[in-house]
Design a protein around this ligand. Structure first.
Ligand SMILES: O=C(O)c1ccccc1N[C@@H]1O[C@H](COP(=O)(O)O)[C@@H](O)[C@H]1O
Length: 214
């Protein structure tokens, strides 16, 4: 089975090109003020224009988004998918999907098997799942910190939706992470950066090569 990759937190034309040219299946853009990767929907619209309609899926990464943000995203960037990385309930995920017309990726913060079990309640409302490490206590960010969880918590798990493994992946550990978790999709942000929010085209290419070989 071929593993597909999402490069998350893109903020320049150069790194969007590196992710697209390297064969990323998903490109993620962050809309969360506390993040060093935060963009306006209008800036994201300009970044996705060159790759729109070329087969790669665009993802708007949000945290407990209100209706105004959902509407603004759909009026500008028009993402294929909206990732929700906060404390959204199944009912709220359903509302976001219906309001936007986009698919929703529901992210779960994982440190135990019980955290993975939460996905069951979202089977009928989310299009995809994403399992990320639980951030350390007091962290300003719910994701994008490079924190990892025990990848084997996903091993042998069956979900009704395709799922991403995220959290602390990089070009050197992603093959082992795929092997240990069995995840069909992987997601990376800080592991392909040379500093907070500064994506590196060479690291993006190395990550995507490692995923192809995994
Ligand atoms: O990347 C961010 O800044 C971010 C902000 C708010 C919510 C989610 C965010 N990122 C997500 O976290 C995963 C894991 O990041 P990392 O690889 O451990 O740095 C990332 O892929 C995004 O989906």
């Amino acid at each position: 089975m071929t593993t597909k990759a999402k490069i998350c937190g893109l903020s320049t034309a150069e790194t969007v090109k590196a992710a697209f040219d390297g064969g990323a299946a998903y490109l993620g853009f962050v809309f969360f003020e506390k993040s060093p990767r935060n963009l306006t929907p209008e800036a994201a619209e300009r970044l996705v224009a060159p790759i729109r309609g070329k087969g790669v899926k665009t993802v708007a990464v949000t945290v407990d988004p209100d209706d105004a943000l959902v509407d603004r995203l759909m009026a500008t960037m028009r993402p294929d998918l909206i990732q929700v990385h906060g404390k959204e309930t199944p009912a709220r995920v359903r509302e976001i999907a219906q309001r936007s017309g986009a698919g929703v990726i529901k992210a779960f913060s994982v440190s135990s098997s019980a955290d993975v079990d939460q996905a069951k309640a979202y089977e009928t409302v989310a299009e995809q799942f994403l399992f990320d490490a639980k951030p350390v206590e007091g962290s300003a960010l719910p994701g994008g910190t490079g924190a990892r969880f025990d990848w084997s918590l996903l091993e042998g798990r069956r979900f009704s939706r395709p799922h991403f493994l995220a959290g602390g992946l990089d070009p050197w550990n992603v093959a082992q992470a795929v092997k240990a978790s069995g995840a069909p999709l992987v997601d990376v942000s800080s592991g392909v950066e040379r500093g907070p929010g500064l994506k590196d085209p060479a690291l993006i290419a190395a990550f995507l090569d490692a995923v192809k070989r995994a």
